[in-house]
Design a protein around this ligand. Structure first.
Ligand SMILES: [Zn+2]
Length: 277
């Protein structure tokens, strides 16, 4: 079994980016979603922690209604999860700049709609710090409901502020995305060494650089690493390739592939009844 802890429901827009959604998904909304699903199926991914496109609720796109756009963003994820319940489990998108709405979203999506976590919090898109009073409130809310929070990291300021954030809310289960980032993974690994309770997701382009995955494996316990892709920014096979090729004990591979995810995402139901790789 393989659980991908990091995916964004992005089916259109984002023209001019390094990836090209327009060349991946075509047709009606439903057809695009089916094509989105096919990428996971063909890569052998069984369960996906799915969050929305963060650009739906950034200030330039929210139409002056951050709470409304945040709700619409999470609605799109709820609909995808309802349509593909065996594959997708929702993670609540939040925006600390719309804190009351974010806390309401966390409560309602988790308790009423079966969402399983919070994040990815994309502070680099929404335009706030990694450690702010709003971020601390969100982490406290997630801790009360016993769900993990995935936080984007790609800059030294992100990893520095993650440290103060975790010290302020030690009861929260935090996942640092992208091993800290493609230009910041050394700081990410250092942070993971400093905070033995921090979880680390392998998603994004960091693992595409030779030796980075090996460095993470050597210095972070396999019990704290989580498989992730960051689809549709990243092709799933470009992550499953290095992950299944890397030399490691099968017990470590199982932990990273699904055991750790099932342990910390307590509301996540495993795919089918089998847990064989
Ligand atoms: Zn990210």
């Amino acid at each position: 079994m393989l659980v991908d802890v990091h995916a964004h429901l992005m089916l259109e827009g984002h023209e001019g980016q390094l990836y090209s959604l327009a060349d991946m998904f075509r047709g009606s909304g439903r057809e695009k979603l089916a094509q989105f699903v096919e990428y996971f199926r063909r890569a052998g991914i069984d369960r996906v922690i799915l969050c929305s496109d963060p650009d739906l609720f950034i200030p330039k796109n929210d139409g002056g209604d951050p709470a409304g756009s945040l709700k619409r963003a999470n609605d799109t994820v709820a609909e995808a999860c309802a349509r593909y319940p065996d594959l997708f489990a929702g993670s609540v998108m939040v925006n600390p700049l719309a804190l009351d709405a974010s806390l309401r979203e966390i409560e309602e999506r988790l308790e009423k709609q079966g969402f399983v976590g919070v994040g990815e919090i994309c502070q680099y898109r929404t335009g706030h710090g990694t450690d702010t009073e709003g971020m601390r409130e969100i982490l406290r809310a997630a801790a009360r409901l016993d769900v993990p929070v995935n936080i984007h990291s790609s800059l030294p300021t992100h990893t520095q502020e993650l440290a103060t954030l975790m010290r302020a809310v030690p009861e929260a289960t935090v996942i640092m995305a992208h091993i800290g980032g493609s230009n910041n993974w050394r700081n990410g690994i250092k942070l993971a060494e400093e905070f033995p309770e921090l979880y680390v997701d392998l998603s994004g382009i960091t693992v595409q650089y030779a030796g980075t995955f090996e460095a993470a494996l050597a210095r972070i316990s396999h019990e704290r690493l989580l498989f992730g892709v960051d689809f549709p920014l990243i092709q799933p096979e470009s992550m499953t390739g290095p992950f299944f090729a890397a030399r490691m004990p099968e017990a470590s591979r199982r932990a990273i592939a699904y055991e750790n995810a099932l342990r910390i995402y307590k509301r996540l139901v495993p795919a089918g009844a089998h847990c064989a790789m």
